[in-house]
Design a protein around this ligand. Sequence first.
Ligand code: ZN
Length: 342
Amino acid sequence: MATPDGDLVERIRPGVWAIRVPLPVGPTGGTLVHLLESDRGPVLVDTGWDTPACWAALQAGIAATGHDVADVLGVAVTHFHPDHHGLSGRVREASGAWVAMHPLEAAALRRLEAVGVDEMTSIGPAFLAAGAPDGAAGDLAEAAGPWQFPALAEPDRLLEDGAALDVPGRDVRALLTPGHTAGHLSYLLARERLLCSGDHILPHISPHVGLWLAADDADPLGDYLRSLDRCADLDVDEVLPAHGHRFSGLAARTAELRAHHAERLAAIRGHLAGHGPATLWEVAAAMPWDVPWADIPTVMRHVALGEAAAHVRHLEQLGLVGRELVGADEVAVFHLIPARLT
Ligand SMILES: [Zn+2]
């Protein structure tokens, strides 16, 4: 079934729908909002980006399922990113719905408000700290994309790991799956044997795991790998991710994602073993990416540096890599720690 905009609405099981809300930027084919019918009105898992076109698509999608946005009972957010949580405030205004997320996502919203988001001013210092060569940041005015965070709604309800979601007539549980963000929740529909995986497990791409907003001693990649382990054996028939398409074979997909990160970790250790101590910039340039490092645009290199930093942090936490601060700019230089003989 297609809405007037051509956005797809799919009935997955009786009373369980996927609504594809487009993204203003990016190639992922939009955000998949999942609508769970209940005895007291539909509950949405995520809502989509806050633009007029996305809002129109979400309302049209809800209408195509036979409901009205005014009847929405609640919004369960997987994580605070604007392609997931962007429209939650509008849905609440239109319906009086509750908006729920994990406490760590609510904390991320407050942190975001305090530090702000400005791609233009954050790239230069990040590149400098990574030991990038002069001029690597290029023309930032040209590089900056439309990646500004819109205002995001505060939640009314906080969901701890294992909490039952208020979806009358259904058994839906929140499952803490940190990594992509610190308080990322997946939602398990036990009776339907479905897992709404948000950005934690996607069918074709590996979700970004970086250090943005992470505490100094946090290990987001370690969290992510543990979250994969946690999901691998869930007894579900299908996974409903927030991007791409639904799929079966959860255990196989988690194994692929594990292997992907193992390959990157091995590449970093191999580089340090073969070339000696290296800056984060050099580590990132040596990691396997979908396109050669030299061809990655500035903004995406910034994202890639975050990914590299999370991998190096994980190796540091495992005691396999150490760092020294070098020069007046105190650029971190990473080295392998030889295996200790015990
Ligand atoms: Zn995300």
